[in-house]
Design a protein around this ligand. Sequence first.
Ligand SMILES: [Zn+2]
Ligand SMILES: [Zn+2]
Length: 642
Amino acid sequence: MINITLPDGSVRPYPKGSTAMDIALSISAGLARNVLSAKVNDEVWDASRPIHTDARLQLLTWDAPEGKATFWHSSAHLMAEALEALYPGVKFGIGPPIDDGFYYDVDTGDRQISSEDFSRIEEKMRELARQKNTYTRKEVGKADAIQYFKEKGDEYKVELLEELEDGQITFYEQGNFVDLCKGPHIPDTGRIKAIKLMKVAGAYWRGDETRKQLTRIYGVTFPKQKELDEHLQMLEEAKKRDHRKLGAELELFMFSEKVGAGLPIWLPKGTALRTRMEDFLKKEQIKRGYQPVITPHIGKKDLYITSGHYAKYGEDSFQPIHTPREGEEFLLKPMNCPHHCEIYGHRPRSYKELPLRIAEFGTVYRYEQSGELHGLTRVRGFTQDDAHLFCTPDQLKDEFLGVMDLTMHVLRKLGFQNYTAQISLRDPDNPDKYIGSNENWDKAEEAIIEATEEAGLSTVTVMGEAAFYGPKLDFMVKDALNRSWQLGTIQVDYNLPERFELEYIGSDNQPHRPVMIHRAPFGSMERFIGVLIEHSAGNFPLWLTPDQVAVLPISDRHNDYARKVLAQLSAEGLRGYVDDRSEKVNRKIRDAEVQKTPFMAIVGDKEAESGALSIRKHGEGDLGSMKMEDFVDYLHKLEEEI
Ligand SMILES: [Zn+2]
Ligand SMILES: [Zn+2]
């Protein structure tokens, strides 16, 4: 017998050689129907693979990210089988799962595959799925494996095989298709009920542009048709909300080929919005005892060698800047932390000064591959709402609570209500991987867990995900389309204080190392605003939106009165503009709607006489007539609400 430990901690005996599927069946038939694969200790396995030793076991269903990955990866095999049936002689590169489905890189020789072929391929996949073919794992010797793919004429698989070690090679077979693969896969093709191919693109073999360009076919599959329908609907909505599209339409930001890819340029409206976010956080931080600092955009290469960032970003990022002086090298800063460590260390520190919280909206530069760039969410230059907190190990929990409170306040003000905290802790089986004493790690991990409990946050704890230099907490935020974003990280660090030899004199008159916390509630201003645009569909909270009111004169003779109205609104601290073009008022309303201006104040003869305003709300329509002071009060209240 073997002992199987389930996620709830219970231990059950099973005959040696039992599979995850056997174990699922022993729990319930319903569960077994939904099991896609299983985590055995820390590896994901086929649910049909025999387990021969005591093990920790987690059954993976569609709801688990690894379960989904197994499902989509198995779907790539199904697509490959369909392609082989329809295009005999097709050769295969790799076919992994991705965040929203899967792809397979294929070489169809002189035949072209385009989206017009999709329905034929999907139909074949459905036919093969209905056969409920099992995915069978087979261990193969290297020589035999190479022989197989040489005979088949698939040089890509042969190349992959040549780099593998003998004794670790497995084939998977389903129906008429055999693939070189380490797995795992779902039990059978019958689980795949809904299939949609999404697009084709060119992809160089092994990402090397000197090698052959293969055809990459993307697809997505689901266990239920309804889930596919919902997914496609979500993609439609996401297209409408794409921040790159809305950012251009609302004139928030732009990119210029001449300035350089991945370097966002903020237009006046976007700058106004971003500045308001920064001002809001700066004010909050001052209230909470942070001290703003400003540091340069470049630093000597040696600084980043000391911090370790050169090892991480140096070779693969922007290259050093040389000066006329021999041997003098500067780097564009990839991180603000080293500069802040220098601030901490510029004079002796006493325990009485701790916690020391220094904050900076610091712009950093990292070279991302051009293929990775994406609007504001993947860029080469961005501004972090960065701060570094230096404290004693005993102050860690309170500092954590403070930072969590600030982060939740920020998320609430920006209209994000749905989030969980992901806590990343040490790998208990690998204690030597980490820097810092065990005692300090225990203290820090306890502090994080207790702080999240006290804050009433719902949390997910992942063992072994901590950085080597400290545990961390990430806010995983769901947007309006139910997509998950990692925003707001709080990271404990025992490494940089060590590398920069930071100290404070304790109450015992002895020198001690402070603990450092890195934190950024917005993370990157660019990325956060990109996510915010898509979350809000460009309908920003009233306190933040670039223009709150469009004043729309009915005809040219009302322009002067409209300007007076705007002046009165401005005097009350509200923002807007007068649309004094010689256009029909309906046209002006339509344009203000497109600009997503939250309120329109329409003024004509009646309004000019009575001193009232005719108010429309974006997306809702007429609110009727309002006196100026009532409208002002109404807007101020709305600003406060969120
Ligand atoms: Zn596979
Ligand atoms: Zn930092």
